[in-house]
Design a protein around this ligand. Structure first.
Ligand code: FE2
Length: 293
């Protein structure tokens, strides 16, 4: 459930203080006290009006290797990234001038996240967002599936305001801000997050439009379905049996069904034995009907 924080404090801390707080307190946002205390520290970081410009200046001094580990687009500045959490600054342009800016900012795209997100309006008037929610456990997760999407409210991430978005529950759409704006995100990381699909939704018919994550892995697996090679079949079969991520297992099963027709029965048994509902629903919709084809 989305939560808004408008915290009153004049205290100011350094980025290093903030980092130390995050590192010594486990980032479990399902614990409301943990979430609140992190929000207070984030507001104290907001009160430090120089930390981001200092960070950027230091990055620029290393101008031959700027953000060398940043896998995102130019609209994202990675401040800290490790196995437990990520802190990043997002730049929100009022007039995006290329496709990557539009894509990264997800303007006009109704989507959820498969991670909890605490975000602070650090600079500028801030984007407006339309907030909705849904129940991840009530859906299977395939394209065009109906989802009961509920409108919650419209909200503007103004300077100094903080918004919490719950993973696999809150849906939102960002609108371009009136002027250049920057938000600071705090994102806990764990393997459980990776298991969930992240969706784009079609609100015109209240359904899933497409899955947004695991695209690179799934496109590599899809390419494998065009190779006639026993070693590749075995590798994809191992992925279909062992990957903890249902969406990747599903793509593996789809590839295996195309690869070696003589092994289809073996693959079908694996699909039937997979207890995940995304894979069960794929079996019911796509395979059981066409199993003789
Ligand atoms: Fe988002």
């Amino acid at each position: 459930m989305s939560i808004k924080f408008d915290i009153k404090t004049e205290k100011s801390i350094t980025y290093e203080d903030f980092l130390e707080f995050i590192q010594t307190n486990k980032l479990n946002f399902s614990n409301i006290e943990n979430l609140k205390s992190c929000s207070i520290k984030l507001k104290e970081l907001y009160n430090n009006r120089n930390f981001l410009s200092n960070y950027i200046i230091n990055e620029l001094k290393n101008y031959n290797n700027i953000q060398e580990n940043n896998k995102y687009t130019a609209q994202v500045i990675i401040l800290t990234s490790n196995k437990d959490f990520m802190i990043r600054a997002n730049i929100w342009s009022p007039s995006p001038n290329n496709l990557s800016e539009i894509k990264m900012n997800a303007y006009d795209i109704y989507h959820d996240h498969n991670f909890d997100l605490l975000t602070l309006g650090y600079f500028g008037s801030g984007y407006e967002t339309y907030l909705y929610d849904y129940d991840y456990n009530s859906i299977n997760g395939y394209n065009k599936e109906y989802v009961n999407i509920r409108f919650k409210e419209k909200y503007q991430l103004k300077e100094g305001h903080i918004l919490f978005l719950e993973k696999s529950r809150d849906i939102h759409l960002q609108c371009k801000p009136r002027d250049l704006s920057v938000s600071i995100n705090v994102i806990p990381r764990n393997m459980e997050n990776e298991k969930n699909s992240q969706f784009e939704f079609d609100l015109s018919n209240s359904s899933i439009k497409r899955v947004l994550n695991h695209q690179t892995a799934n496109s590599l697996i899809e390419i494998c379905s065009y190779f006639n090679d026993d070693n590749i079949f075995d590798l994809v079969q191992t992925i279909s049996r062992k990957s903890p991520i249902p969406n990747i297992r599903l793509q593996s099963f789809k590839a295996l069904m195309k690869m070696d027709k003589s092994k289809r029965k073996e693959v079908l048994i694996d699909i039937k034995n997979d207890s995940n509902k995304l894979i069960n629903s794929f079996f019911l919709r796509e395979i059981e009907i066409n199993h003789d084809n």
